[in-house]
Every structure is written in C-alpha cells, then in structure tokens.
Design a protein around this ligand. Sequence first.
Ligand code: GDG
Length: 464
Amino acid sequence: MSRLVIVSNRVADPQDAAPGGLAIALEEALQRHGGLWFGWGGAVTEQSPAQPSIRPWGAVTVATTTLERCDHDSYYSGFCNNVLWPVFHNRLDLAAFNPSFYEGYQRVNRQFAQQLLPLLQPDDVIWVHDYHLMALASELRALGCQQRIGFFLHIPFPPLVALGAVPQHKALMQALMAFDLVGLQSRQDLQHFESYVLAQADGRISHRHHYRAHGQQTRCEVFPIGIDARAFAALTDTPPAQQVQATLEQEYRQRRLVVGIDRLDYSKGLPERIHAFRDLLERHPAHRRSATLVQIGSPTREHLLAYAAIRRQFESLCGAINGDFGELDWMPVRYMHQVLTRAQLAGLCRSAAVGLVTPLRDGMNLVAKEFIAAQDPADPGVLVLSRFAGAAEQLQEALLVNPYDAHSTANSLDQALQMPLAERIERHQKLLARIEAEDVHWWCQRFLQALDQCQPAMPRKPRL
Ligand code: GDG
C-alpha cells in the first residue's frame, strides 16, 4: 500500500484536546496507511523559513514549516483570508484584491513544494487540503514530482461571476488543473467548476469526470465530507456531556432550546439568525418565555477587520433582542464567545429541541451532521438547515430554509418547535442513516480510491 502524504495549511496539534472532525479523520487515515502530514506549524518568523521540523506522532510523521512574517501577511491573512475565503463565500464586497497578496500565495505554495519534495518517496500518494494550497501541485510538478496528487476543497467552489472577479483567476485555475484529482463538497460546486472550465478556460469534458483545459486534464468529482457519526453519538454518554445536559435541564426546565454552534464567521449567517429568532418571537408569541437560542460563537481570525465587524454586529443584535424581549427569569438568546470541548458540544446538541444551522454559504457544515448524530433516536430534535450549506444536498429531511428570509426561517423554526414526535422520529431516522452510511471514513476511502485510479502524471515505476 502506498504511503499517504497529507498537506494542509496548518497541521493539527496532536496535543489538542478538542480537535475538529477533519483532524480526527485525517489522523485515522494517516495512522492506517502510515504517513506524513506536512504543513505550517503556526510559527511566524522574521527570517526566511527554516528547514521543516520533523517529529513522530504514532505511526505518522509530522513535518512543520514556519512562515516569514511578510508571507504570513500576504499569503495567509492576505490572499487566503482576504481574497479566496470571501470570494468563494460570495462576499466580493469583503475581498481586498491587492496584487502583493497573490505574490505571497505563490511564494508560500513554492516554499511548501520545495520543502516537501525531499521528504517524498516514489510511491507516495499526496492529498492536499483546501484553498490555501491550490497552486501546490503545479509547483511540485515544476520540481519534477511524479507522484499522484489529489486536492480537496472544503469551502464552496464559486460561480463564474465571482471567481472571474479575482484578478489572478486564470493562473489559479491553471494551477488547479495540475492536480490529478480535484474533490468538491457538493453537486452545485461541481456545476460551478464545470461552467468555469467550459466557459472561461475554453475547456471541455473529455470523458466522465475528466476535464481538459489549459492543455491539462484533471478528474473532478463530488466527495461530500462526513463525520464520525458513531463516535460523536458516543460522546453524549461521557461525563462532560451529561454534565452539560444536567445543567441545561435544571436551568431551563420546561423551556425549549434552539442551539447554534459556529465559528464567528460572516459566512455563518449569525446576524440573520437573530433576525429570524426575533421574527419568531414577534409573530409567534407562544414561544416567548419558552424558546431560548443558545449560541456558541467560537473565536476565529480575530485579527481581521471583517471578523471584528461581524462580532460587533452580532453582539449588538444579541443585546437588542435580549433588551426588547428578556424578562427577569428568561432571556431569548444566551450567547457564548468561547470554545467548548467536543463532549460539551455533544451534550448541548443532545439537550436541544432544534438545531439551527443557517450559513449564508458553506462548503458542507459539519455541525448539521453532528447535531443529528447527538440526538436521542426515541425523542430527537429537529434540524433547521440553510439551503446554502453543502449539507443540504444530503440532508433533505431537515427543514430547509433560506437564511436571508427571516420570515420563512421563523416559520420553519415554529414548525420545528411544534413537530409531532412521530414526524421527528421519521425524519431523524432517515437523516441518521445517511450520515452513518456517508461518514468520514466513507469520504476518505472514496477520495483515495478515486485518486488511486488516476493515471500518474508521468511514467514511473509500477506500484507493488
Ligand atoms: C470548513 C468549511 C466544511 C465549532 N465550535 C466549536 C467547535 N466547533 C467545531 C464544530 C465542527 C467544526 O468546528 C466546524 O465545522 P464546519 O463544517 O461547521 O465549518 P468550518 O470550520 O468553516 O469548516 C465547512 C468543513 O471545512 C469540513 O470540510 O464543512 O463548510 O467551511 O466540527 O463542532 N469545536 C469545539 N469547540 C467549539 O467551541 N471543540
């Protein structure tokens, strides 16, 4: 079996007590194949990057590099978080198209390629993650790398009109075509990719899943990411999860909890969520003193202006709704700007009558799947899910909403809060069956099998 090499912008810290689902999935795939995980270790230096530091992590080797301050600013804060993230989430208004950002992006993709190449073995399979490293295959190929290289985009692939606004979109897409396999989250992402390649890159579909453009051919397919549903469900039985459930039960007694768990990112639709909750309380007064929105807004990218702005806006809306509707013994919104452990999150999901997941744009949204996994199958809560999350393609039995439409989202919330047990069970059974079947292991295996079927870039020695 080939060795697996994972490359991502950040390498998850093995000491992290609360790693995300992706880190867990990748760790498992790596431990199973034996492998190497390469990425930025988090250090920013004033000098040129040092040689990667290499350390063992079980059966895995972790190799981390540093970023020079100017590259951190132009590549990470600049092109990644001020161009690609907003544009790919349909927020052209928040993008800053500074030419030096792209130069930094190219430099860091080249740095990753130069530092990774000497660590590679001939039969390695390389799996690159996310928008930070769209140019990595092209840089590796330029250095003579012949191994198979796959890429998975965790965020949405934007429509042509948005991607076309990035001044360097042609170079970016040309670089992307150097991967042997490009994986996307949803069918809609694939449609966007296809229309870009056919229209902008003057390309064609050479045969099923294979796209030819810029003189290169790549395979592109949909691989919706999953969670480890059983492991997340098992967390609800742990002491920290049960402690959360006991606290909430005591605190809220007969009240119904609506839960939201998000990084405090402008793509997650948090202000719109408060508008919808306000609309619910205004037009369906039966939920006053009864429904409470418990919202975790975990800190993220706080050094960027757009994130400080969304935090201010969201917190002001929370203050206003609590001021307008709150009573001595009840507040409509309980908001926490904190990171909880995964076990605590599982307990929170289990206690809730409704999971409210309303991003304006999202590649997949793992919280939607975690909410389903954590429910009691005999008395499950209801998922209210944005149509604009990739997860909506798989989770059709959720109540699907347009998060921009506060009125109809509030109506769906009302429906969720009143849904009869039999209907809740029926919907939950179907949703749970899907997230268990299409879990994170299924995702990993499907991607790696497809990558294995790709023709190597150039002639190379046969694999054992
Ligand atoms: C990107 C794409 C895609 C949240 N708060 C806490 C916490 N979380 C965990 C959640 C979940 C994860 O973080 C967030 O995953 P999402 O999918 O919601 O979103 P992104 O971070 O934007 O991830 C997204 C994903 O990649 C995977 O491909 O689904 O569309 O944007 O697991 O539970 N975890 C802990 N404490 C918190 O306070 N421990």
